[in-house]
Design a protein around this ligand. Structure first.
Ligand SMILES: *Cc1c(COP(=O)(O)O)cnc(C)c1O
Length: 398
């Protein structure tokens, strides 16, 4: 057996392989350069063009580009009217931005535990958390595997709740043959460099509702409205009014030019991610120390991340040691995510505590994210498989 790098052996790779990475090519650079030499660099014609591209790809009527995925969540929460006294049901297994957005609107996040197979929010757990104050549900499509949105929507419609889908992981994913992006009241995407396409920072809200669309645009631009039918007076071309507080959440034109260029490559990116996931699934199928991700037959998952779960009963060490050992082999592993209810802020402000959500906590104890991104070569994929085999067989107790 080869000696582990953590014990002074030779690492599988000489240089660190990150867990995620953008793909920027000459075409992307040329697209950005063209805008930098044009008249508009902040919000200009490329913003609308990018919005139409994404909306069309996802089958949604309207799209509003904003400065980040977090800004998209914030805008969607605000447009849904979420405010003081309201509750929003969310999964603890998400990036904390999902919960933070609820808090930005002064509403209360209420967590509901996950399904153990898909790792998405569990409908039955949502049912237990409903109250007269519930106003919205924010499911996420964890790792790019769509949540069971029909069931969540049926529950929401029966109760008059708004569904804001955090699809930061799921651009291009499909649910029952339909692309994610038009299935919820509002769907949000992130264009952070580790996501499926990037604009540096950036995000978008998609919706089929004209009412939400108008509210989102106003919220993105300080709350300013120039729509004559809404103004209390007509004072002239310079005049506008602010009826509700907004922010500056605008995305710049050169970022949107990058986004448009990236959209051309999206299907190829997804295909490569799915290929890598298939290779991992096959390589790890025989290893009883590891649980690999599921893909339900009614979805097409897009593998924003590839998470393995360790069966801790079959290992001599915990996740921490496996994580350190893989890092020493120069495999850039990560953990997605520390459940939000374990964050000190959420414990202090909302009274959450350890033990509240046993399924997500059990998941978290054994979860490790392996590298997956379109630019990975076949050799990179083989290195990850070799390192996982090396480390797991060393620490396995079988
Ligand atoms: C990335 C991400 C966000 C936030 O996106 P930013 O663009 O980084 O602000 C929100 N929710 C989830 C689930 C994410 O993965």
């Amino acid at each position: 057996m080869k000696r582990l790098a953590i014990e002074g052996g030779v690492p599988v790779r000489s240089k660190l392989l990150p867990y995620g990475h953008q793909w920027i090519d000459d075409e992307d650079i040329a697209a950005v350069a063209e805008v930098l030499e044009a008249d508009w660099i902040t919000q200009g014609p490329k913003v609308g063009e990018f919005e139409r591209k994404v909306a069309e790809y996802c089958g949604a009527k309207y799209a509003v580009a904003v400065s980040s995925g977090t800004a998209a969540l914030h805008a969607a929460c605000a447009a849904s009217g979420l405010s003081l006294g309201d509750e929003a049901i969310i999964t603890p297994l998400t990036f904390s931005a999902t919960a933070n957005a609820v808090v930005y609107c002064r509403a209360q996040p209420v967590f509901a535990d996950i399904e153990e197979d898909t790792l998405n929010i569990d409908l039955k757990e949502i049912g237990k958390k409903l109250s007269p104050r519930t106003r919205a549900i924010l499911p996420i499509d964890f790792a790019g595997h769509p949540c069971d949105i029909d069931e969540i929507k049926a529950l929401a419609e029966a109760r008059g709740l708004i569904v804001i889908e955090d699809a930061s992981h799921a651009l291009g994913a499909e649910y029952k043959g339909k692309r994610i992006g038009s299935l919820s009241d509002m769907t949000i995407f992130s264009f952070h460099p580790v996501k499926h396409i990037t604009t540096g920072e950036g995000g978008m809200v998609l919706t089929n509702s004209e009412e939400f669309y108008e509210k989102l645009k106003i919220f993105r631009h300080h709350g300013i409205t120039r729509d004559k039918s809404k103004l209390s007076k007509d004072k002239g071309g310079w005049y506008y009014e602010i009826h509700n507080l907004g922010y500056n959440l605008r995305l710049s034109d050169f970022q949107c030019a990058l986004g448009i260029s990236q959209m051309k490559k999206l299907d190829g990116f997804i295909q490569r991610r799915r290929e890598i996931a298939t290779n991992y699934n096959q390589a790890f199928a025989e290893m009883e120390e590891i649980i690999t991700p599921v893909e339900k037959d009614y979805v097409k998952a897009v593998y924003h991340i590839y998470v393995i779960q360790l069966r801790l009963g079959k290992l001599k060490v915990g996740r921490g040691q496996i994580f350190e050992a893989l890092t020493a082999e120069n495999i850039g592993v990560n953990v997605h995510y520390i459940p939000v209810h374990l964050q000190p802020f959420y414990q202090r402000e909302f009274g959450c505590k350890e033990g509240d959500y046993p399924k997500v906590e059990r998941y978290y104890d054994g979860a490790i994210t392996l590298p997956i991104f379109p630019k990975m070569s076949d050799e990179d994929v083989d290195d990850v498989i070799e390192a996982v085999r090396k480390v797991i067989s060393f620490y396995g107790n079988g």
